[in-house]
Ligand binder design. Structure first.
Ligand SMILES: [Zn+2]
Length: 344
């Protein structure tokens, strides 16, 4: 009788000490199983009540229940304290430092071709040229025939073409068919347009040639438009594009849709005209082709060559970008490699 009371008292003291010593919720749960579990110390003692003198059972039973309730209350109190401590620790560890600088949002930028295209368009817009859009998918007639390049013409050997499955329909090999479209739309009014856009040629892709590239074509048609106008316009363009002191020269050339034809060179911007590998030690870089619109092309556009005249020019923004920045491989433009694109 005395023994079981003492055992209960000792058990309570031991359990209370263990509860107080439990450092976290996991340790506390182990203590609870040890003392209050179905196979725990208290249950074992309670099962022993059956062996007691029936007269002593109520008193001992009440004591055992009191011990159990006190222990359960102690467990509950300790559990709440540990939970609060764990929450406080987590809050302290995950505290938001509002003074930290924000994460930068990566911002995009315009593709180098687009930047140069827009610069070219801006310069010509300031000279009164409007942007004229024409289709990427063209007819053989517009891409070749109307530009004085008939089927047998050797100029067609200069490029190979992406033909569609529809006969006579192709991806334009140059922006020049837009000249015919602009003339037919505006005839007999004077014209001052530039035609920027993508062109396509069925070529082997190398460091020097791509199957797609941009061109910017220009066209001015009116009464008494002369070679002087052409030169003045293009020299002004070169000075704004490449610097006001940049030297420019024109060399005679040949294109089927202009007569006379020329190519325009600018002083090399890498070596300032002294000669380097980019300009092949000539000091000059070829920038564009130009000329007076061929009378046949004027006629195809609806204009009378006896009354009207015009000039046209065409340039490649990628080529200009390559020359300016010494880019040695045109394939970089469509590779989507950020290491390349982020430099512009
Ligand atoms: Zn050079």
């Amino acid at each position: 009788m005395t023994t079981i009371r003492e055992t209960l008292t000792a058990l309570e003291a031991e359990a209370m000490a263990a509860v107080a010593a439990a450092a976290d919720q996991q340790a506390l749960e182990q203590v609870r199983v040890r003392f209050l579990g179905r196979k725990g110390a208290l249950s074992t003692i309670l099962r022993g009540l059956a062996d007691l003198d029936p007269a002593d059972r109520p008193a001992v039973g009440k004591l055992a229940n009191d011990v159990k309730q006190r222990l359960e209350a102690a467990f509950e109190g300790r559990r709440e304290a540990l939970e609060a401590a764990a929450l406080a620790a987590a809050t302290a560890a995950e505290r938001l430092d509002v003074t930290l600088p924000g994460r930068p949002v990566p911002s995009g930028r315009l593709h180098p071709s687009t930047q140069v295209l827009r610069r070219i368009c801006q310069i010509f817009a300031d000279m009164g040229f409007q942007i004229y859009r024409s289709p990427d998918v063209e007819t053989d007639e517009m891409n070749f025939e109307m530009l004085n390049i008939p089927a047998h013409h050797p100029a067609r050997d200069m490029w190979d073409t992406f033909y569609t499955t529809t006969e006579g329909v192709l991806l334009r090999t140059h922006t020049s068919p837009g000249q015919i479209r602009a003339m037919r739309q505006y005839c007999p009014e004077p014209i001052r347009v530039i035609l920027p856009g993508m062109c396509y040629r069925y070529e082997q892709i190398t460091a020097r040639s791509e199957i797609q590239f941009h061109q910017v074509e220009g066209l001015a048609v009116g009464r008494q438009v002369t070679m002087t106008d052409l030169k003045g316009t293009l020299v002004s363009f070169a000075h704004r594009m490449f610097g006001p002191t940049r030297q420019v020269r024109f060399r005679a050339s040949h294109f089927p849709f202009t007569e006379p034809s020329a190519e325009m060179d600018v002083e090399c911007m890498i070596c300032e005209g002294k000669g380097c590998t980019v300009c092949k030690h000539s000091g000059w870089l070829e920038i564009l082709g130009c000329g007076m619109v061929h009378p046949v092309v004027l006629q195809n556009g609806g204009y009378d060559p006896a009354v009207h005249s015009g000039f046209a020019f065409g340039m490649g923004p990628e080529r200009i970008t390559m020359l300016r920045h010494r880019i040695e491989d045109i394939r970089y433009f469509w590779k989507n490699d950020l290491r390349f694109l982020e430099q512009f």
